[in-house]
Design a protein. Structure first.
Lengths: 341, 512
């Protein structure tokens, strides 16, 4: 068993510890991974043009932005928090930066401006949650609207285009390295960095501890308030990276996404992969598996030409199924949780 | 009503009658583990039947099965000789089986009368009628409770009366009391015993669960001892003694009495902590005391006397009044912590009274729980986790506290109460504190583990640390303390030297 692995310790507690039980419950990651593999096989056999290298790369590329956002959301859900302003942070900070770029600001400065705006919002979110002690759900929901309003005020357009003379900016979205689209590499790099952060550093361990039992964490001496601010800043940072890929891919930033269901998709990939809403459980692996499942479904829907209403219904049902599965694997009922009295 | 002749008569009569409730060969399996196994239990009309056993012995499981909260995996459950099949607690209630919790199942904002009728409301209710009915019921039970008072304003004993009245209102024939006396004063306990005898005289059967063995011996007609989910013995209370019960509970001769032996007289050293006139709202009022290095100070007092609160104030988990909040000095230097982290970095530790709520991290294994305690201190922190350091710390504390090594790979939630408590201890002691507050150090800990924990408390004091032990259980206070403080209504009202403290003296100070 690997070193300091909250991810491991959490992901496979059943197999190692419940030797006496009739059957060990599989972890949610394992279940979702199996379903994903089954779907890949089924779609590969039945759908024309699904199991081609270019389509699979396309599949991965299509989920990389969602994946990067999902890593941020995963981190904060593990800590028993939530950040519903993540998509708004991505869109708002980049819309403003692109407007300044159009007005002649150097590309590099504008990218840093986007970063500064994102981090600032993260700090404000964190301070509101940690020090004002307002519920994260409402703080970040409200923050999303404020960011949307402010960004629209400064950059009054639904779609803000990047200037044509910024090829460096486009590379992250459209480029390829060794034949692999760069967005996939960005997602992979973020996932590895996040995994190392969560499983090999004390701060990662503190995040799990906070999600497991915030009061115990406080009494143990973990600095909860700075930790919460840091978590919101990291979410904003990942939103900024996702925005970088987004701008590179589309050459623009659409403010409309803040009003859509994208934040719902982000929560979906996190919860589906086994990051429990009760906190302290799940890992980066959960986000990756969740992303691949959703990516597979969306890709197959596109090939099958399923309309977006039906897609939304299916996504909603999948989210519900994931939450039911979560409840079954992590029962909060004392009878089963405590194995007796 | 409650004279001894009548009790004796009822008790003897009951033996001849048919049992009102019988469980034969009852088992309940949780995830492959037997919570209770092959238990035969019966209850006669008008009988008080006490259930004793260590935590995890299966008392709660048995009672939940009786009250319809869970179903038995196998075995028969007969009520009046007919098989009972309860889908939910409501069915058991309708059959006249009622479980009385300490105070948890009342709605605080509703009046006593409303609570009594809770669950049986008619579509339209007149408050007047409701109050009159409740008043009649309460009077018939000799309870002095105003039916129109919101339950939140009632004391613990009166809340319990409302619970009992509700049980009677529901025509309960079998009442299960779970730790009914835990938060009552001695006078209230005496009154409660009268109540139980009244109920028995009315033909109500009572199942009585209590940690205090003396109470079970005093009130019960018969006593059943459970151990590890199995029934050890069922016998008339008159044939049992405290020692016999402990022996049945533990399953072996207890070599030395668990709470035996006075601590040796203390050699006072440096005064490390001074508390002067500390005040917090209504809970702590002008509390003052001092703690010295190398001694164990016991703080006795009832629940609500401010003993837990003062520890949490010193630790930074609660905040005392900003104005006139008093002074706390650590080695002469005034301190006021905003968060526990500051206290920990100054070498103060607090070991919680409720480990399940805020003591440990249930998703982590033993080693990680210990290691995270160290990581949370300024000295023990490092950015990257170290496998070597984790093993070193965990090995040391697992060895020193005799934490069952087999269970190290298991999630902590699956450990026994005693091992869980030891992990919480290790997680705190790894922070190398010099002043340690133990709040109820042996609550829910198996009898066999208690001497280990008491030994550790003594060892810490011998190492020169200042130790404060807060406990409701007087034999524990007497066994571990060099000096005993008694808290009442937010003040320290008495101080005894270990040599001349007795249970009676402490109780008198705690109550009067």
């Amino acid at each position: 068993m690997s070193v300091q692995s909250p991810s491991r310790g959490v992901a496979v507690p059943a197999a190692s510890s419940r030797s006496g039980s009739m059957f060990a419950k599989p972890s949610q990651e394992q279940i979702v991974l199996l379903i994903t593999i089954a779907l890949l096989v089924v779609f590969g056999l039945t759908l024309n043009g699904f199991a081609t290298v270019s389509n699979l790369l396309n599949l991965l590329r299509s989920i990389s932005i969602l994946g990067v956002l999902g890593l941020g959301m995963g981190l904060i859900v593990i800590s028993r928090g939530i950040d519903l302003s993540e998509v708004a942070i991505m869109a708002g900070s980049w819309a403003i930066a692109l407007i300044y770029m159009q007005n002649g600001m150097p590309v590099f400065t504008a990218v840093l401006l986007a970063l500064a705006i994102a981090v600032l919002i993260g700090v404000v979110n964190g301070v509101m949650v940690a020090f004002v002690e307002a519920p994260a759900l409402f703080v970040t929901l409200a923050a999303g609207f404020v960011i949307y309003g402010l960004a629209f005020w400064i950059a009054p357009a639904w779609v803000v285009y990047a200037p044509k003379d910024a090829p460096g900016l486009m590379y992250l979205g459209a480029g390829r390295l060794f034949g692999v689209p760069v967005p996939i590499l960005v997602f992979a790099a973020c996932a590895i960095a996040m995994h190392l952060f969560l499983s090999r550093t004390s701060i990662g361990r503190f995040i799990y501890a906070q999600g497991d039992n915030p009061e115990a964490a406080r009494l143990t001496g973990i600095p909860l308030r700075p930790l919460i601010v840091l978590e919101h800043v990291l979410v904003a940072l990942l939103a900024w990276i996702a925005g970088l890929v987004w701008v590179g891919t589309t050459g623009s930033m659409q403010m409309a996404i803040t009003q859509g269901t994208m934040i719902f998709d982000v929560v979906l990939v996190v919860v589906i992969g086994g990051i429990s809403l009760i906190g302290g459980r799940g890992s980066v692996f959960s986000v990756v598996v969740g992303c691949i499942l959703i990516g597979t479904l969306l890709n197959a829907f596109t090939i099958m030409d399923v309309n977006s209403e039906v897609q939304n219904i299916i996504k909603g049902v999948v989210l519900l199924a994931a939450i039911v599965l979560d409840n079954w694997l992590h029962p909060r009922d004392e009878e089963t949780a405590r194995q007796g009295d | 009503m409650n004279d001894g002749v009548m009790q004796a008569a009822t008790a003897t009569q009951s033996a001849a009658r048919e049992p009102v409730l019988r469980i034969s060969n009852g088992s309940k399996i949780y995830g492959g583990v037997h919570a209770i196994e092959g238990v035969n239990f019966d209850l006669y009309p008008g009988e008080v039947h006490a259930l004793v056993g260590e935590n995890g012995a299966g008392k709660s499981t048995l009672c939940k099965a009786i009250a319809g909260a869970i179903n038995l995996t196998s075995g028969d459950y007969l009520l009046d000789g007919k098989p009972a099949n309860f889908e939910q607690p409501r069915d058991a209630l309708d059959a006249g089986i009622c479980m009385v919790y300490q105070e948890t199942s009342l709605v605080p904002t509703m009046t006593a009368a409303q609570n009594i009728e809770l669950g049986n409301e008619k579509l339209l209710t007149r408050f007047r009628t409701l109050n009159i009915q409740a008043q009649q019921l309460l009077q018939s039970l000799n309870f002095h409770v105003d039916p129109a008072t919101p339950v939140a304003l009632l004391g613990t004993a009166k809340k319990q009366m409302v619970e009992i009245a509700r049980a009677i209102y529901n025509k309960a024939r079998i009442i299960i009391f779970d730790e009914p006396t835990a938060s009552l004063t001695p006078e209230e306990i005496v009154h409660f015993f009268h109540l139980v005898r009244d109920l028995r005289a009315r033909g109500v059967s009572i199942i009585y669960i209590s940690h205090a063995l003396e109470e079970s011996l005093q009130i019960a007609d018969r006593i059943t001892v459970l151990r590890d989910g199995k029934l050890v013995i069922t016998a008339p209370a008159k044939q049992l003694s405290r020692d016999a019960l402990v022996q049945h509970m533990v399953g072996r001769e207890v070599a030395q009495a668990v709470y035996g032996g006075k601590a040796k007289t203390h050699q006072r050293r440096e005064k490390v902590l001074t508390v002067e006139n500390v005040t917090m709202g209504m809970a702590v009022k002008n509390m003052s005391f001092s703690v010295y290095a190398g001694e164990v100070v016991g703080i006795a007092g009832l629940i609500g006397s401010g003993r837990t609160e003062i520890a949490k104030i010193i630790y930074g988990a609660l905040k005392r009044n900003l104005v006139n909040g008093g002074t706390i000095r650590l080695r002469g230097k005034p301190i006021r912590y905003r968060v526990p982290r500051q206290a920990i970095n100054d070498g103060i530790a607090y070991i919680t009274e409720d480990r399940k709520a805020n003591g440990f991290f249930e998703t982590m294994v033993v080693d990680d729980n210990v290691y995270i305690g160290s990581l949370a201190t300024r000295k023990g922190w490092s950015f990257l986790l170290s496998r070597a350091k984790r093993s070193k710390l965990a090995n040391y504390w697992v060895d020193r506290l005799k934490i069952s090594a087999l269970q190290r790979k298991a999630r902590i939630i699956e450990l026994s109460g005693g091992n869980q408590q030891k992990v919480v201890l290790a997680k705190t002691l790894v922070q190398e504190p010099s002043i340690i507050f133990f709040d109820e150090p042996t609550r829910g800990v198996d009898v066999g583990t208690i001497p280990h924990i008491h030994g550790e408390i003594r060892r810490l004091a011998d190492e020169g640390k200042a130790v404060v032990v807060i406990s409701s259980y007087l034999p524990e206070i007497l066994a571990v303390s060099d000096r005993i403080l008694v808290a009442r209504t937010g003040r320290i009202v008495a101080e005894f030297d270990a040599a001349d403290a007795t249970q009676d003296k402490i109780l008198y100070a705690a109550v009067h």
